[in-house]
Design a protein around this ligand. Structure first.
Ligand SMILES: Cc1ncc(COP(=O)(O)O)c(C=O)c1O
Ligand SMILES: N[C@@H](CCCC[NH3+])C(=O)O
Length: 390
């Protein structure tokens, strides 16, 4: 991943920065698109994973739609050039302003998360003399078997309409003159690595698809959300996720009714591996109990380890297979929080001030979750094609 040219180029850069490998991104997008096209599946990219403009341009050009969770994300998607007919908008707390804006853009669908939201959208659509297309986001109570902070489809989670509320939801829908129900929507969580979890989701979707059909609702769209996980432990062994395997689970286990479309909302799987956080060692502290590598990047640049105890592979940029002196380090940031740690007891070649450290698989939920805590600088980024041209 990091050849001699990149090592030299990185060493001339001010750190920390996100590095994006645009060729790898393209390879990933092509693999996902080809695998989805086999089954005629529609994929919307979840902007929340990364809304860096270079990445968004590539994703839009590759033919993906957009999955947004705020009015500003809808606006961003429109500005980048995603067709409004390919934009979906989810979120438990859509404000009136956000709904009005999305209505003016005639987006493909609102993924509605409560019965009350149906009434609000109906009223706001009436004001604009429009009919809003909606999919009901249903909480299927399927365990995603991932970290509890990124599980979204269990009864205890705030997302979606509970199954026991569905009779009330369809009664409400019958009264809403300015809403067209086009489908049902699900998203059970993120970083799902066991494909069997998606089989369980399919079983639930089939059940609910029949339930609506029996009540006279002909649904055009089954939106099964995102969640496909990536390999944080051995990124080089699987730089491109197994999209063929993932989509074939849905092709095999979803029972589509005639004319029904299947939609997905992938975020992490499309952008994780193309991004790395590159940082410099500021100080090395060799203690009796611990050695610390103190980096110039911290939780303000990549929050996932602190927030979810997430693992990211940490490497010294120029490390080789035949390093002779390996040491265990706690790799920490400069932020005034004890939790500001990227990894404990990380085995690395003996390192010193000025060495470059790379934190891998950081393309999703990295840059977008950065903060200014401690009045940190705006995060910088470097793209692979900047380096090739220099
Ligand atoms: C509604 C919805 N769709 C799609 C996604 C994208 O998920 P992922 O990045 O795991 O594919 C999320 C985030 O978890 C989400 O909340
Ligand atoms: N931010 C989370 C994923 C959240 C997905 C959004 N529902 C992560 O970094 O893993």
């Amino acid at each position: 991943m990091f050849d001699a040219q990149r090592i030299v180029a990185f060493s001339q850069q001010e750190t920390p920065f996100y590095f994006y490998d645009l060729a790898l991104l393209q390879q990933t997008l092509d693999a996902a698109k080809q695998a989805a096209d086999i089954h005629n599946f529609h994929v919307h990219y979840a902007l929340k994973a990364n809304f860096n403009h270079r990445l968004l341009n590539a994703i839009c050009k590759a033919g993906f739609g957009a999955d947004c969770v705020s009015g500003n994300e809808v606006k961003k998607a429109v500005e980048i050039g995603f067709r409004s007919t390919d934009i979906v908008f989810a979120g438990v707390g859509k404000s009136d302003r956000e709904i009005k804006y999305a209505l003016t853009q005639d987006i493909f669908s609102f993924n509605v998360e409560s019965v009350q939201e149906l009434l609000v959208i109906d009223g706001l659509a009436a004001d604009q003399g429009k009919k809003a297309r909606v999919a009901l986001r249903i909480n299927p109570n399927v365990d995603a078997q991932t970290h509890h902070y990124i599980t979204t489809g269990l009864d205890e989670n705030k997302f979606g309409i509970a199954q026991w509320e569905l009779p009330e939801a369809i009664e409400t829908l019958r009264q809403c003159q300015h809403i067209e129900l086009i489908g049902i929507h699900f998203h059970i969580g993120s970083q799902i690595t066991d494909l069997n979890v998606f089989k369980s989701l399919c079983v639930k979707v089939n059940e609910l698809n029949n339930w609506f059909d029996e009540r006279g609702f002909r649904l055009r769209v089954l939106n099964v959300g995102g969640g496909l996980g990536v390999d944080y432990h051995q990124p080089d062994a699987s730089l491109v996720p197994d999209f063929l395997g993932y989509f074939s689970v849905f092709a095999n286990f979803l029972e589509r009714k005639p004319g029904q479309e299947v939609h997905f909302e992938l975020g992490r799987a499309l952008v994780s591996q193309c991004g790395s956080l590159v940082s410099r060692v500021l100080y090395v502290k060799n203690g009796i109990k611990k050695n610390f590598l103190i980096l110039d990047a911290g939780m303000t640049e990549l929050m996932r380890p602190v927030l979810y105890q997430a693992y990211h592979r940490i490497e010294r940029l120029d490390q080789t297979e035949s390093e002779t002196e390996m040491l265990h380090y706690d790799v920490v940031g400069p932020i005034c929080e004890s939790s500001d740690c990227f990894g404990k007891e990380v085995l690395l070649p003996k390192s010193e001030r000025g060495d470059l450290i790379v934190i891998r698989t950081a393309g999703a939920y990295g840059e977008v979750m950065a903060s200014h805590y401690n009045l940190r600088n705006e995060i910088r980024y470097v793209y692979s094609d900047d380096i090739q041209q220099s």
